[in-house]
Design a protein around this ligand. Structure first.
Ligand code: ADP
Ligand code: MG
Length: 729
């Protein structure tokens, strides 16, 4: 086995950057080439079809059957012209990744040959054999099959000669079985609610669009080294491995130049991304060795999220071309930073206003303060739920560790915005003055200095930070589907905005001045949601205590966090906004608990196997070398001299024995804990048992293995070490 280790190190070290052919044309020429975007639609669809489709997309209307036939025909011709031979409904099951089932375009032509066919029916609806996707019992209960249907707001695209049609995945009884369906519902609800409030300030607003700019962090590992680490192959993270002497303390990776092999990979990835219409924009090294980031320009949230999911799968493919494996796991290596996916989240009106951006006058700033206060209130009310939306077996490793987001949701506002909110809270009345015949409010908030990054957020310890014209939700995990976080966030903010608008409308109905009513309601929100606001160091222990005192959610166990979805206030909020029904929430929680159990179960099995079959044999081999040495010393030297010469070896032999027996009993106890957990019927209780009873053994076993790694002869150690895995040249 150690042969494999050294061979893989040699192979990885010898590797050169793979050459990437740069296209001759400029980016505009190939950007979105693999996407059936409006330009292609215009080219391939009859004029009436094009107009009707664009109208349906813009007004979020369903596609009629006749229209679907015509669209399908044009889409098929475009796809065939561009090398596609298959098509698939591309959907986002609750496993968190993407799924597809490929069908060829061919149909019998009735004359013994085939024709290439693709009807509107196939475009609009398909029945994937969905029984193998997690559904939390929805399909069993309702004895209904699932079907997938085109989400016309996200254009079809071609990957690997396959036409991919972004779809929602629902049961026949209408329950969502995916992430996209509730995401779309949440976008609808926030559009409705935010439009209502935005119209208080500008009656011309008719829609509010939710934007998402994600920043994807990831690790790269050479494929030969990856193959020599069964834990990476099977779980996406290292289950053992002592920190290398040098890791990220010098911060030299962050500021260093990108290694040439990685640069080639990034270039290739960007080319692919641009062909797929993903607006990849920045790339850089991250804090940990071998860690990198890619961020696009922000887009409408549903499209942005599709792009993120697509990019994650393209990344894996491109990485292989460069003899890398990409690790999207939140914590592939202990002791160095993990990976997240910052979600830059904002709301913009169809009239071109970013609702979280301060303006140049009091009126705009009144609107700004109103929206910020509502977000504060929503995040405060649902801070536990928001945490539940981002926590899982993999992200839990990252949260609460001494790096990026603590396992407490709080909100950073920065001194400028905090000061404004303080002033608004204290403003006791609103006066109106008339300028140029127009009535204006005076709130003493006319002068909001331009909020640059310098006076907003350089505090990287906050999980939810205001950054100038948006909020940056940093607790999302690198491997996650952003939709999980966005569904909860949008629904919570939508519910809050509706409540706010109701309160204002009620006061106006009773004859109160609207601006006055808004100001008074905003003041209440600022006052009541104070506890969520925290600009200090989120990593400190004092904050944990302070947060608990403030009544914020400080739970860290993922299986227990999922209970937050079932809180009466969560269910009410999801049902009111039409984002999720109680039945759906229950079913999705079942899936979450099941996924949690499976992840830990697999890790625990892999760790047990490696410990018994790789680590202990290596340790025993080294131990017997030492024993042999002691024996020979005893032969050559006699008495106390022999004892003093072999003292160190004897101590090592004993220490190795201790670690070996600790590992053995740890594995035995872990297996027993698993057996016990596996007998539990309830998914919730089972997940809790995996969290409380099984997982701690993994830490314990690892500790002993990592100690052995420091003692055993380097030549004998079977697995590539951190220092070998982590430094791409
Ligand atoms: P950082 O300092 O965090 O790297 P950047 O300016 O590079 O900040 O932006 C990070 C991400 O935020 C990018 O994807 C960018 O497109 C996105 N972003 C910028 N403005 C907005 C906005 N108003 N709404 C949503 N995302 C935004
Ligand atoms: Mg950022």
């Amino acid at each position: 086995m150690s042969d494999l280790r050294f061979k893989s190190v040699e192979e990885a070290t010898a590797r050169k950057a793979v050459k990437v052919e740069l296209p001759k044309e400029r980016v505009e020429a190939y950007y979105g080439k693999q996407v059936f975007n409006r330009q292609r639609m215009f080219e391939y669809l009859p004029k009436e079809t094009y107009d009707a489709l664009v109208c349906a997309i813009d007004n979020r209307q369903p596609l009629g059957r006749e229209l679907a036939d015509s669209v399908a025909d044009g889409m098929k011709r475009w796809a065939l012209d561009n090398g596609a031979r298959h098509y698939t409904h591309w959907f986002h099951p609750l496993t968190g990744s993407t799924a597809e089932k490929h069908d060829a375009f061919v149909e019998h032509d009735g004359k013994g040959g085939v024709v290439e066919k693709f009807s509107g029916k196939l475009l609009v609806q398909q029945e994937p054999d969905a029984s193998s996707f997690p559904n939390g019992g929805i399909r069993n209960t309702f004895e209904a099959r699932g079907y997938s249907a085109w989400d016309i707001s996200s254009p079809a695209f071609i990957v690997d000669n396959t036409l991919c049609i972004p779809t929602v995945f629902v049961s026949y009884t209408g329950e969502s079985l995916d992430y996209k369906t509730p995401l779309l519902r949440s976008l609808n609800s926030i559009d409705k609610a935010a439009t209502r409030v935005a119209r208080f300030f500008n009656p011309e607003v008719s829609h509010v669009i939710c934007n998402l700019g994600w920043e994807q962090e990831y690790f790269l590992v050479d494929e030969a080294l990856y193959a020599a680490r069964p834990d990476l192959v099977m779980t996406g993270r290292t289950l053992m491995g002592h920190e290398s002497a040098k890791n990220q303390q010098l911060e030299d990776h962050y500021f260093g130049s990108i290694p040439s092999r990685v640069e080639a990979f990034m270039l290739d990835l960007e080319l692919e991304a641009h062909r797929l219409g993903i607006p990849a924009k920045t790339r850089h090294n991250e804090v940990a060795p071998n860690q990198f980031e890619l961020a696009p320009i922000f887009e409408e949230a549903n499209l942005a999220n599709d792009h993120n999911l697509l990019l994650m799968s393209v990344m894996e493919e491109v990485a292989r071309r460069h003899n890398f494996r990409v690790l999207l796991h939140e914590k592939p290596f202990a002791g160095i930073n993990g990976s997240g996916k910052h979600n830059n989240w904002s709301l913009g009106t169809d009239t071109g206003t970013l609702l979280f951006a301060p303006g140049k006058n009091e009126h705009d700033n009144f609107r700004f303060v109103t929206f910020v206060a509502n977000v504060m209130a929503a995040v405060h009310k649902h801070n536990g739920l928001l945490k539940a939306s981002i926590i899982n077996a993999t992200n839990a490793h990252r949260l609460g560790a001494n790096e990026a987001p603590p396992a407490i949701i709080s909100m950073f506002l920065g001194s400028a915005v905090s000061g404004i909110l303080d002033r608004v809270e204290k403003a006791d009345s609103i006066s109106k003055i008339t300028i140029d015949g127009k009535e204006k409010i005076t709130l003493d908030i006319a002068q909001i200095p331009e909020l640059t990054l310098d006076n907003t957020d350089r505090n990287r310890t906050s999980p939810f930070a205001f950054t100038g014209n948006r909020f940056e939700y940093r607790a999302v995990g690198s491997s996650a589907n952003n939709a999980s976080a966005l569904i909860a966030l949008n629904a919570a903010v939508a519910a809050q905005l509706e409540e706010f608008a109701d309160a204002v409308d009620a006061r106006v109905a009773e004859g109160e001045d609207r601006d006055h009513a808004i100001l008074d309601e905003v003041k209440k929100l600022i006052r009541d949601s104070r506890p969520i606001h925290f600009d200090g160091n989120g990593y400190s222990d004092e904050w944990k205590e302070e947060a608990a005192r403030r009544g914020l959610d400080v739970e860290t166990s993922a299986p227990l966090m999922y209970d937050r979805y079932m809180l009466p206030q969560s269910v009410e909020m999801f049902e009111k906004t039409g984002v999720l029904t109680k039945k759906e929430i229950e079913a999705r929680n079942e899936v979450k608990w099941e996924m949690f159990t499976k992840k830990i179960q697999i890790e625990s099995r892999v760790l047990g196997d490696l410990a018994i079959n790789h680590i202990i044999p290596a340790a025993v081999r080294y131990q017997s070398l030492l024993l042999d040495n002691v024996y020979k010393i005893q032969q050559l030297f006699k008495g106390s001299k022999a004892d003093s010469i072999s003292a160190q070896d004897l101590a090592n032999i004993e220490a190795i024995s201790d670690h070996i027996s600790a590992i053995k009993s740890g594995v035995e106890n872990m297996v027993n804990a698993r057996k016990h957990a596996n007998r539990i019927e309830s998914e919730r209780e089972k997940a809790i048992s995996y969290h409380d009873d099984v997982a701690p053994f993994m830490e314990e076993i690892r500790r002993h293995i990592d100690k052995l790694e420091l003692m055993v002869d380097n030549e004998i150690w079977p697995l590539p070490k951190y220092r070998e895995l982590l430094f791409i040249r």
